[in-house]
Write a protein that binds this ligand. Sequence first.
Ligand SMILES: Nc1nc2c(ncn2[C@@H]2O[C@H](COP(=O)(O)OP(=O)(O)OP(=O)(O)O)[C@@H](O)[C@H]2O)c(=O)[nH]1
Ligand SMILES: [Mg+2]
Length: 248
Amino acid sequence: MPQILVAIATFNEMENLPQLVKAIQRLLPEADLLIVDDNSPDGTSMWCMERQKTDAHFNCIIRAGKLGLGTAVLTAVQYAISNEYDFLVNLDADWSHPPEKIPKLLAAMEEPESHSHYDVAIGSRYIPGGKTMGWSCSRKLMSGGVNFLARYWLGLPTKDNSGSFRCYRVSTLNRILERRIGEGKIRSQGYSFFEEILFRLHQGGAKIVEIPITFTDRKRGKSKINKKEALRSLAILFLLGVSRIFGR
Ligand SMILES: Nc1nc2c(ncn2[C@@H]2O[C@H](COP(=O)(O)OP(=O)(O)OP(=O)(O)O)[C@@H](O)[C@H]2O)c(=O)[nH]1
Ligand SMILES: [Mg+2]
């Protein structure tokens, strides 16, 4: 049986997290869960610490304050590597990513018919069969623009490079990223983490597959992305593309 870690970064997700944890544990009773919470004032941290005491499959890391989505997922990557999991699944807490697709992401890592063996499976909104529901035009434009940059500026072959709903093969994360992580050379602290990690993995020769998902805009709780973070992420994408041109 492969060892699976499902990781969720949270900040003020009390309205979403308990139900989502229940749904994931129903789907994957053998998997472990890791919540990386940034000391959420709405009670999420307290809930996680209480749950950790009674549930052997549930762990949490509570950080000192809001340190960014990218560094939270990086913490989960480091945890998965040091605890020698086989697969790391990441998703958002706000039900935008359908948990019932997690088994499909895991199954996509191996394709017995074609003897294919993948390093990353992306829950993708931008391949046939995938879609977004409830997004404004500006949100669609922003996501389209970022994905255009990821394809043509970073040279990524995949269509959905900005979503966080993914499954990673942990041995590949370790092989390609361990040194860079150790040297503190992952640039993104926020949302560009997802393009950056894919870029680094692709450059390291990782095989990536996409499976279609329907992304639903959050119904409860507040969005954490803001203009400053969006601009910072764009700047990082620009710098990553420059480093690609100069082969560094
Ligand atoms: N630990 C941690 N989690 C974060 C941080 N920022 C966002 N998150 C979590 O990351 C996930 C994605 O954040 P969202 O606010 O939903 O971002 P988004 O999906 O781009 O925005 P919406 O469309 O409004 O949902 C959620 O589970 C958040 O709780 C952070 O600074 N630290
Ligand atoms: Mg969201």
